[in-house]
Design a protein around this ligand. Structure first.
Ligand code: IPM
Ligand code: MN
Length: 347
């Protein structure tokens, strides 16, 4: 069939609420731009634990692998805190099962968002960078891993191939952007970080047009607040990227606005907001759908090569924020549905 196949993993708590928004926006834009698609939903996370006893059932892996792209919402929550396998384990497992080693998290502030930022306008204006986070290795996956009564072990492991391929992703991205890369590590302490730096120096030779900065993770957390416009592409390890991307999201005033793409060597990419399932506001109809809707835009851009659709969705989101039609996380009083309808009205 000619229709693009999209796997839908709606997840838990606010997950299904914002996925419904994304699907509405998708249906509207597809009709308007004559984009043929079909969706298939699969159980994932806590929902899948309840239905199948596993946060990532084999049927979900199979379905996701067959799709052209995957839309994932958010998973986890207090309901499964005591489960033997938590929903989060499903998220890590799907990233690994699909080989999604490169996680791209953009932080871009439009003029309409400048006033929502906790950072002064003159500092934040013009911020536009992406974090290329390594996603299938490092401290999240290294062995041995042990949790005993009197000690615990995590292992931060990186192979040459693992570091090299995320470097290539980041440098390639930089070539499409402002040709600047910042390698973020802790190479004054960690062996893996020294290894990252060496690898970066080697890979950078293939990209003579790209300027490279090296920064420590601790200093970078400050620089993101004090000089966010100094960055174009940040390339960093799994754990550092997790932390930095939440911090970076705050530049826009809410983590509810940041989408992401996870990509691998082969197979479909996965698109998801960087935020969690927000159990505290679930069921109230006030979850911010922007990050999920912008994940649809990223999917259109990178999986389906539809820059016009991506641009239309992005712009509609920005216009809605500019019009003050926002959920409480951005200081507004609109509902998820009202924001969704307002986005659709502007596409
Ligand atoms: C994220 C999340 C996940 C991560 C959790 C839920 C396992 O925080 O996507 O950033 O740490 O990668
Ligand atoms: Mn995170």
């Amino acid at each position: 069939t000619l229709a693009h196949q999209i796997a839908i993993l709606a997840g838990d708590y606010i997950g299904p609420e914002i996925m419904a928004s994304a699907e509405k926006v998708l249906a509207h834009t597809a009709k308007k731009f004559d984009f043929a698609y079909e969706t298939t939903a699969y159980p994932f996370g806590g929902e899948a634990i309840d239905k199948c006893g596993d946060p990532l059932p084999q049927s979900t892996i199979d379905g996701a692998k067959q799709a052209d792209a995957i839309l994932l919402s958010a998973i986890g929550g207090p309901k499964w805190d005591a489960a033997p396998k938590r929903p989060e384990a499903g998220l890590l497992a799907i990233r690994q099962a699909l080989g999604l080693y490169a996680n791209i998290r953009p932080t871009k502030i439009s003029e309409s968002q400048v006033d929502d930022s906790p950072i002064k306008p003159e500092i934040v204006r013009g911020t536009d960078f992406v974090i290329a986070r390594e996603l299938t290795s490092g401290a999240y996956f290294g062995k041995p891993r042990e949790l005993a009564e009197d000690h615990a072990i995590d292992t931060m492991y990186y192979s040459k191939d693992e570091v090299e391929r995320i470097m290539v992703t980041g440098f390639d991205m930089a070539m499409q952007r402002k040709q600047h890369v910042t390698i973020v590590d802790k190479s004054n302490v960690l062996a893996t970080s020294k290894f990252w730096r060496k690898t970066a120096e080697r890979v950078s030779k293939r990209y003579p047009k790209v300027t490279v900065d090296y920064r420590y993770i601790d200093a970078t957390t400050m620089a993101i607040m004090t000089q966010p416009t100094a960055f174009d592409v940040i390339i960093t390890a799994n754990l550092f990227g997790d932390i930095l991307s939440d911090e970076a999201a705050q530049i826009t005033g809410s983590i509810g606005t940041i989408p992401s793409m996870s990509a691998g060597a082969a197979g479909p990419n996965l698109y998801e907001p960087i935020h969690g399932s927000a159990p505290d506001i679930a069921g109230k109809g006030i979850a911010d759908p922007i990050a999920m809707v912008k994940s649809v835009a990223m999917m259109m851009q990178y999986s389906f090569n539809q820059p016009d659709i991506a641009e239309a969705i992005e712009q509609a989101c920005d216009q809605v924020i500019a019009a003050g039609i926002t959920t409480p996380d951005l200081g507004g009083s609109a509902t998820t549905d009202e924001v969704t309808d307002a986005i659709i009205a502007r596409i």
